[in-house]
Design a protein around this ligand. Structure first.
Ligand SMILES: *Cc1c(COP(=O)(O)O)cnc(C)c1O
Length: 491
């Protein structure tokens, strides 16, 4: 299996694509073709553990990795020391036609763990395969969630290190505590005086600085990135779409071959794109429902065929979906454009220069056959949490609740009774104050106090990851100015 750039260039292997992250022409790596998975094969994997399902799906993409290598990576990533549920991505039934796939049982209680637990192992092996013997240094700027997930993924993985920059006053107390208490001998967490944009611009400048790259090379280090456009984050996500379907087959809820819908709370379009890839490989999917919060740039895109960033940015109750440029959408556009890299270059050029592009009616209609986009505001979100708790005794986090609301709207508009899996992306305990407010009206600002109240009220146990946070020692105290980030890394 080789990989191409969405902008027309380069044929590379899987390990090269993972090591590079982004193609030299600025495009994203996509598989040269979608490997086929038959219905018989899907029925067969329904008998397997999550780990074995992962090996069976990943090997179709990672052709320059051996099976034992993939097994080793998968076992290190999804073991019981990392995930607090033996099913890894368990499926919970809400009602006759609705399930939630829980992707939040990893170390940071959010779905980014599904990919960021595996990526470091793939990256380390990719470096070895390409005779890159320098230490692979991951630099991350974070507004909260990605930083901690990257730190946990790379912690103590030999041959790698991970440095995270966060805005000094721009993350929640829990997010900050999660990061500054991270263990491991190869992790560093540095606060930047400024906001998220300062941290992100600073990291981008480091990646673009020849002087900095040369200094790192002198120290035997090479830079790499772990952001969501990396192929090594995309392929682990394809696995759980097959896994959810396999669980439905195993439980006798559907027979192999019957179509299902997935409803996905979406920001950067990475998660739902993996569902689209699974569908192209043969997973029987009827509709992919793309749920946005008030930053509904994707809803407008699916309805109009026009992607426009000329809009107000809102802070919402689902902060991990507060995004105006969904970078992984480029991979869907590539399919919509019949894999015409020239056309992608034109659209991306227009996005950069004018803040918008239009794909035209024919392509929009083609996309509407698969995708449905809609959105939920904060009020809808809180309402959905309350309703699901009262009717189904299931506690949603605000991100998953956006999807829950959008699914109701979809069913109202389409009368579609196809079995549907809501993709659950975070534990409600990650957003305890808001969830508590939604179910009981109680206002408790302190996250630990809110978690305790939520546990008492619902009887759903607080995850150990939250509980232990209060007692862990703070290990990272460095603070630097925006223009001193290079020095902070080199120190
Ligand atoms: C990152 C994130 C999302 C959005 O996922 P994308 O792949 O960016 O679409 C949704 N929910 C949570 C909790 C997240 O952390």
């Amino acid at each position: 299996m080789s990989f191409l750039s969405t902008r027309g260039g380069s044929v590379v292997t899987a390990s090269q694509a993972i090591l590079r992250g982004i193609a030299p022409d600025g495009g994203l790596y996509v598989p040269a073709m979608f490997p086929a998975v038959t219905t018989e094969k899907i029925a067969r994997i329904s008998e397997m553990s999550y780990q074995d399902r992962a090996v069976n799906v990943l090997k179709l993409f990672l052709e320059d990795f051996s099976i034992p290598e993939i097994e080793q990576a998968v076992n290190a990533a999804y073991g019981p020391d990392r995930f607090n549920d033996p099913a890894v991505a368990p499926l919970k039934k809400l009602d006759d036609t609705t399930w939630v796939m829980e992707l939040f049982h990893g170390p940071t209680l959010a779905f980014k763990d599904m990919a960021l637990q595996l990526l470091p192992h793939l990256l380390k092996m990719s470096a070895e395969k390409n005779r890159e013997d320098r230490e692979v240094c991951i630099l991350v700027a974070t507004s909260g969630d990605t930083g901690k997930a990257a730190l946990e993924g790379f912690r103590d993985v030999p041959g790698t290190s991970c440095t995270v920059f966060y805005p000094l006053d721009g993350v929640s107390d829990v997010q900050k505590l999660q990061m500054v208490t991270t263990g491991g001998n190869n992790t560093r967490v540095i606060a930047v005086r400024g906001n998220f944009d300062d941290a992100q611009t600073g990291v981008k400048e480091l990646f673009g600085s020849e002087e900095f790259i040369a200094k790192m090379a002198e120290r035997g280090k090479v830079l790499s990135s772990a952001n969501s456009i990396n192929l090594g984050r995309l392929v682990p996500q394809v696995v759980y779409y097959f896994s959810a379907y396999a669980d439905l087959v195993r439980a006798g809820e559907i027979s192999a071959g019957e179509p299902v819908n997935f409803c996905v709370p979406t920001g950067n379009f990475g998660n739902i794109l993996a569902g689209y890839y699974a569908m192209n490989m043969g997973l029987p999917v009827n509709r992919l429902i793309c749920a946005s919060n008030r930053n509904n740039v994707l809803t407008d895109f699916f309805n109009s065929g026009i992607y426009s960033t000329h809009r107000t940015f809102f802070k919402t109750l689902s902060p991990s979906m507060d995004i105006l440029v969904s970078s992984n959408l480029e991979r869907l556009l590539y399919e919509a454009a019949d894999r015409d890299g020239e056309l992608i270059r034109t659209w991306m050029g227009q996005l950069k220069e004018c803040g918008s592009y239009s794909i035209g009616d024919q392509r929009r209609e083609w996309m509407s056959g698969v995708f449905w986009g809609d959105c939920a505001d904060n009020k809808d979100t809180l309402n959905e949490i309350k309703q699901r708790w009262e009717h189904d005794h299931y506690l949603l986090d605000p991100h998953t609740a956006v999807a829950g609301h959008v699914l109701r709207e979809y069913r109202k508009a389409n009368g579609d009774a196809t079995p549907t899996v809501i993709v659950g992306t975070a534990s409600p305990y990650k957003f305890a104050s808001d969830v508590l407010r939604a179910v009981s009206g109680e206002e408790i600002g302190d996250a630990f106090a809110a978690s305790e109240a939520l546990e008492k009220l619902t009887g759903i146990p607080m995850p150990g990851q939250v509980k232990k946070l209060r007692d862990l020692p703070v290990r990272h105290t460095a603070v630097c100015d925006r223009d001193k980030m290079a020095e902070a890394v080199l120190e």
